[in-house]
Design a protein around this ligand. Structure first.
Ligand code: SIN
Ligand code: MN
Length: 234
């Protein structure tokens, strides 16, 4: 795809004499590791989670999904989204013909399970000391044909708080746009173990997933991709 930026290529490439991995260090304040790259102000930590950390997260998510099963939210137009979802935390993200919102229970009436400790640790490591604790961990399941159209994350009360996104399983083609609909966009393939943050000037950028590349990862037992999105809601 024209304009697509491959993290895999970046991993192998030399960036001003240093590999992307070597660029990961501490930021000036020492609060958090420097992102390996930045795309339109979105901080990206390629390969932040190694294979064993990814496998441990998948185990945690199996427990979340057994308590709060995946469901297909409806779009505003009343059609099921292609991505299946559930949540952990105080709030879960929900959508039906009445619109997008956070709800404090799974649609089947059970409590959302707590956000797994290993997920909270990633937030603490990458979001810096100033960030509040996340109140929602949205779990998105992309089957081979699922996609997510360009949208803003704007159902939260405090846009000074970051949104942290963790990719697991098959590669997903992420597209970053602008603060308003339209205009040029930039795409990058997100791989299993990559983490990114929408924060500061990038917090309200339009973004989405054009498609996944089934079979590009061996992490999950079936072709597909999991994305975890951590947000402060209130
Ligand atoms: C989202 O924006 O809700 C999901 C993004 C992704 O799947 O990487
Ligand atoms: Mn989003």
């Amino acid at each position: 795809m024209q304009g697509a930026f491959s993290l895999q290529a970046a991993r192998g490439a030399e960036v001003r004499g240093k590999s992307v991995e070597n660029l990961i260090g501490q930021d000036k304040t020492g609060r958090r590791p420097l992102p390996g790259l930045t795309v339109r102000g979105i901080a990206v930590w390629p390969g932040w989670l190694d294979r064993s950390a990814q496998e441990a997260l998948v185990q945690d998510l199996r427990a979340v999904i057994s308590q709060a099963p995946l469901f297909s939210p409806l779009t505003g137009g009343g059609k099921p989204m292609s991505v299946r979802m559930t949540s952990a935390g105080r709030f879960g993200w929900y959508s039906d013909s009445k619109g997008y919102r956070y709800i404090d229970r799974h649609p089947n009436g059970t409590d959302w399970p707590p956000i797994p400790e290993r997920v909270l640790a990633i937030w603490r490591d990458l979001c810096g000391a100033a960030a509040r604790a996340p109140e929602c961990c949205l779990v998105n399941w992309y089957g081979p044909d699922a996609r997510m159209g360009l949208h803003q994350d704007r159902d939260e009360a405090d846009f000074s708080q970051p949104v942290l996104s963790i990719s697991l399983g098959d590669d997903g083609l992420f597209r970053a746009g602008n603060l308003e609909r339209g205009g040029a966009t930039q795409s990058l393939w997100l791989k299993s173990g990559d983490v990114l943050a929408l924060e500061g000037p990038s917090r309200l950028l339009y973004h989405g997933i054009d498609r996944i590349a089934p079979g590009t990862s061996t992490l999950l037992s079936a072709p597909g991709r999991i994305n975890l999105t951590l947000r402060v809601v209130t």
